[in-house]
Design a binder for this molecule. Sequence first.
Ligand code: A3P
Length: 290
Amino acid sequence: QDSVQMSECLFFEGLPMPSILTNVETLCFAREEFLVRDDDVIIVSYPRSGTHWIIEILNLIHVNGDPTWIQTVPVFLRSPWIEDAHLQKDLINRNGPRLMVSHLPVQLFPRSYFNCNAKVVYILRNPKDIITSLYHVSRGFVCKKQPENFDEFLNRFIKGDVHYGSWFDHTLGWIKKRDMGSFLLIFYEELQRDPRGSVEKICQFLGKKLKPEEIDLVIRNSSFSAMKENKMSDHFAMDGRMQKVIIAPMLRKGVSGDWKNHFTVAQSEDFDKLFQEKMSRLDPGLFPWF
Ligand code: A3P
């Protein structure tokens, strides 16, 4: 089933991957040959979990809160995706500590990571909000087969028939690796509830000391309104490949709980049941949502 090319997706190891961003050669190289270095920091997530928010925060921490960099360089050039066919070479050639991003599930992630001391920041979000967010993005695809309605999309999501495959598999795969090496788990909801505490936690993880006023700058310049105003933060609008196919904004509502405006009571109860079944092997106190 490898490399079955479709209009907006290719299958790699049985998973639907976005052909706008990646290809089989880049994915093979990512897993087999891409050399992760000890001083790398990698943001890992399932799409629509708040990846771009965390990128903005880590970029700002790097420059002590000064917004010049984030306001002049597009987000995907500041911190490229490892699986990005256009930017993988650029990443390989970058000197010094790299801040990279990936939506890859653990089984497709660079093997070299598992034998080094690189840091991973993994961001998690209530999957019901991810479904809601992804549903709106899917409706903003120009040439993609648009979901007919929310129910159809919800079923596709549950089956893993979306880019990067099943949210459950992605999350389970990564969470099981969290005790291995340097791994920081951040929740989208926690970032919203306690931005200062979250930024301090990230700084501590990165070994970076920021003054209180620099932390204020990080928080202010990565707020939803600041990012919405900063064109460089909108991956969809800045990346020529995405411009052609997606008309949805990268930053939509930026809230927690919008799922309540989309799920029926029955859909919500069924999803909760499925969540309990699929995640039962993990500590039930780990996730703050259900
Ligand atoms: P919504 O569609 O619910 O608004 P990702 O970057 O992983 O694709 O995630 C995109 C989601 O993160 C979008 O969710 C987007 O609005 C939200 N987001 C991005 N920056 C944010 C911020 N500064 N504050 C809150 N939410 C943010």
